[in-house]
Design a protein around this ligand. Structure first.
Ligand SMILES: [Fe+2]
Ligand SMILES: [Fe+2]
Length: 210
């Protein structure tokens, strides 16, 4: 019982840190620090903002997924690995948020909604089994890698700072995917992956704008 209460407090703390602007702290400096800011025209800038807002919401979903998982999954043998991945996700969250502010914009107003939905999925999967829960992490990371690849192609040439962030995220997410699979995560069938792609389209279409 105590550990359930502990966990719930931890989760509330994580939810607040994820959703309240400027409240999370990164462990690693942003990769964007090493890139040079080149001025962009309004159209390019708006595009960068839209894409980085999608990436930020993706990280909000990652926090919620790991949070829901921590509440219900046992994961005794892989807890450390999952905690390490969750910590790296906080870096991503902070880097994307900082970049959005640099570009003169804000994170998505829809974030609480996506946090709630992802939390429910994470907790639900963890209730069923650790393998399903880890499978969800692996599948989510796969989707995130696909987005990042598309965004790296699509970002304005001048936006070296956003690209530097996405390049590091790409490395981390691929590592998280492998870790989740090696820890016993189930590989989702094609049909489930297609459904996840559809759901992620709803997220990307909406958060690009708001
Ligand atoms: Fe991430
Ligand atoms: Fe990740």
């Amino acid at each position: 019982m105590m550990s359930f209460i502990d966990n719930s407090i931890l989760n509330l703390d994580r939810a607040l840190r994820t959703l309240v602007p400027n409240s999370a702290k990164a462990n690693r400096p942003s990769p964007a620090n090493k890139a040079v800011e080149t001025p962009m025209d309004e159209k390019d800038k708006r595009h960068s903002i839209g894409l980085m807002r999608i990436n930020h919401t993706g990280e909000v979903c990652a926090q919620a997924l790991y949070s829901g998982q921590a509440l219900t999954a046992k994961l005794s043998s892989v807890r450390e690995e999952m905690d390490e991945a969750a910590a790296e996700e906080i870096d991503h969250l902070v880097w994307c948020e900082q970049r959005l502010h640099e570009l003169g914009s804000h994170t998505s107003v829809l974030n609480p909604l996506f946090f709630g939905a992802s939390f429910a999925i994470g907790a639900g999967a963890g209730l069923i089994s650790d393998r399903l829960s880890l499978g969800f992490v692996a599948a989510t990371e796969e989707q995130v890698c696909l987005h990042i690849d598309q965004h790296l192609e699509s970002l304005p040439l001048e936006d070296e700072k956003s690209k530097a962030i996405l390049n590091q995220m790409r490395i981390d997410e691929a590592k998280h995917q492998i870790a989740a699979l090696e820890s016993g995560g189930v590989v989702f069938p094609e049909a489930v992956m297609k459904t996840m792609t559809l759901i992620s389209k709803v997220m990307t279409k909406s958060t690009y704008r708001v």
